[in-house]
Design a protein around this ligand. Structure first.
Ligand SMILES: [Zn+2]
Length: 576
């Protein structure tokens, strides 16, 4: 009977053999042409099994942390089932790590071994797990002789069992990691996360207002670029004072650039006459304040008095502030057109009539001065500037913090698609302004052709548990190396650029996953830890949605705060 560690190694060794066997058959089919009808089926089995294997390797990786030292890990994973896996001390450590869960662990692993064996049997692989013939050209004869099945449906039962065992193994591993983390890092708990939900709500409402705010007849693309901010200087307000905290967190407004995009236009007379090009503004999303009399009238709750006093204080503050020259508008395009003059002390109130319905108002404060030389402004995507030598490491690492924080502010809003990345983050080159400290995300309105969206293939979403965070991990890797993931690809990562989305996604994942380990020797522990957590969704939590408050907190502490500390450590002067 194999020990727990040995058993893990056996599975780790046998799935790649099955994969190799399947690959061999797939190539045989391609050569023979006789059985082309099975091509798709075999490729699908291959693809699903690869995904299960990756998931399994991740689980074992997580499980071995603390059992095998980081320096032994590479050697371990390179030789699954090899001599080192039988050393008794590792199994002792694993037992003490898993505690009462050791038995369920053994059960899952045993299931996986059995399933892998059945897989080999069904594919008629030999005792060593290899195909029983070696010439692809004679595939037809051997296929008839050995009578193995190439139908996907014949393997779905086994695949289901493998998936189930893999899933329970994963749960077990994350729970164990979670318990470990609880014991070792209780000090992190006192570092609470800013209230990003407030910003997310406002960003959502802003988008909704914008989508109804372009009623102009110009039929040109209009875009709104939202500047990304780290919004971490505010600290967290008093827990028991939510109103106060809300205002504090949103102390800084959204900063946006409006653009009248002429480039997509065909030869229409208005190309010579540009109504406007760029406009710059601050945007505040104001929620309708409950009138204090109404609150007082329906009273009866504890703490009302305190709340009332607070609201009264706010009302006085508001009354003392200078009233902006508020102009209700319905159509942003013509309002911005009317702004193209030097004197413009004005505030637009978008959808003023709808406030009653939506309970919020969008107040747009254009910059006091007309933005200069807007004709010369140039937009570059992050992809375009990745290898720019002017884009210094300091700017890159600062951007890393801003992007990580922005994920928590804008996830699941139209501003940040879950497949966001180097093609959706922009910089706007403006004369006399630093370029790289102001990243933007952009949305088109009034557009005639919809923007195509990338979707993650189904089986990949089993490995990538949170696409938005995975995208952040990829961006962090690319920012560090100044290269795209495709440029960092190595042959060992599997075929890429094939045009088959599943295959390309897998190769990309393999590159990212490999670089997670390589990054440690280059970028240091904090940065690399943050990247590892994003790529492998390694947060010691069962939840994997940023909507889950505890998960979001774990991401804040494990990624955003780490990146910020790393940046401050490297670039900010410490008095002591
Ligand atoms: Zn327009």
């Amino acid at each position: 009977m194999a020990t727990g560690i040995e058993a893990a190694g056996l599975v780790l060794g046998s799935i790649p053999l099955i994969l190799a066997g399947l690959q061999f058959y797939a190539e045989g089919i391609a050569v023979t042409k006789r059985y082309w009808k099975y091509k798709e089926e075999v490729n699908n089995i291959l693809y699903e099994l690869r995904a299960e294997n990756t998931m399994y390797v991740n689980s074992i990786n997580m499980l071995l942390v603390g059992v095998v030292s980081q320096k032994d890990m590479t050697e371990f994973l390179a030789d699954p089932g090899g001599g080192r896996w039988t050393e008794a001390k590792f199994d002792r450590k694993l037992r003490s790590r898993l505690g009462a869960s050791y038995d369920s662990y053994m059960e899952s692993i045993t299931h996986m071994i059995m399933t892998a064996d059945k897989f080999k049997e069904k594919l008629k692989l030999d005792g060593a797990g290899k195909p029983q013939f070696s010439e692809q050209t004679s595939f037809k004869e051997h296929y008839r002789r050995l009578k193995f099945s190439l139908r996907k449906s014949d393997y779905s039962d086994l695949m289901g069992k493998l998936r189930q065992a893999n899933q329970s193994l994963y749960r077990l591993t994350t729970q164990t990691a979670y318990l470990d983390a609880r014991q070792t890092s209780s000090k992190q708990d006192c570092q609470s996360a800013p209230n990003f939900r407030v910003i997310k709500d406002r960003a959502d409402n802003f988008y909704t207002a914008l989508s109804t705010g372009w009623n102009c007849p110009c039929q040109a693309d209009h875009s709104v670029s939202l500047r990304l901010e780290s919004r971490m200087e505010d600290g967290s307000g008093d827990e028991d004072d939510e109103d106060y905290e809300d205002e504090e967190t949103m102390r800084d407004p959204f900063h946006v650039l409006f653009r009248f995009n002429h480039h997509h236009k065909t030869e229409i007379s208005s190309t010579s006459m540009k109504p406007w090009t760029w406009e710059e503004a601050d945007v505040r999303i104001e929620y309708e304040k409950q009138s204090s009399t109404a609150t007082a009238a329906c009273g009866g709750q504890i703490g009302k008095g305190v709340r009332f006093a607070k609201q009264a204080k706010k009302a006085i503050q508001a009354a003392l502030e200078p009233q902006p020259n508020m102009q209700p508008i319905k159509d942003l395009c013509s309002a911005i057109y009317a702004l193209q003059k030097p004197q413009r002390d004005v505030c637009f109130s978008l959808l003023a009539n709808e406030i009653a319905k939506h309970k919020y108002g969008v107040h747009i404060y254009p910059t006091k001065q007309l933005p200069p030389d807007t004709d010369t402004w140039v937009v570059s995507s992050l992809r375009n500037v990745l290898d720019d030598s002017q884009f210094a490491r300091r700017d890159r690492l600062k951007l890393a913090v801003t992007l990580a924080s922005s994920v928590l502010q804008l996830h699941e809003t139209p501003w940040l698609d879950e497949n966001w990345g180097k093609d959706t983050i922009f910089f706007v080159k403006r004369p006399g302004r630093a370029l790289y400290d102001q990243p933007f995300v952009s949305q088109n309105f009034n557009q005639t052709t919809p923007t195509p969206k990338t979707e993650t293939p189904n089986a990949m979403s089993r490995i990538i548990r949170n696409q938005t965070l995975y995208a952040l991990g990829v961006a962090l890797i690319e920012l560090w190396y100044g290269k795209t993931l495709a440029e960092l690809h190595k042959d060992a990562d599997g075929p890429h650029d094939t045009g088959i989305m599943q295959v390309d996604f897998m190769a990309e994942y393999n590159t990212a996953d490999r670089l997670v380990d390589e990054l440690y020797s280059e970028a240091g522990g904090k940065y690399s830890d943050a990247v590892r957590r994003c790529i492998r969704c390694d947060f010691d939590r069962r939840a994997s949605s940023l909507e889950d408050a505890q998960f979001q907190k774990a991401v804040y502490q494990g990624v955003v705060a780490q990146l910020k500390e790393n940046y401050e450590y490297m670039f900010q002067h410490h008095p002591d």
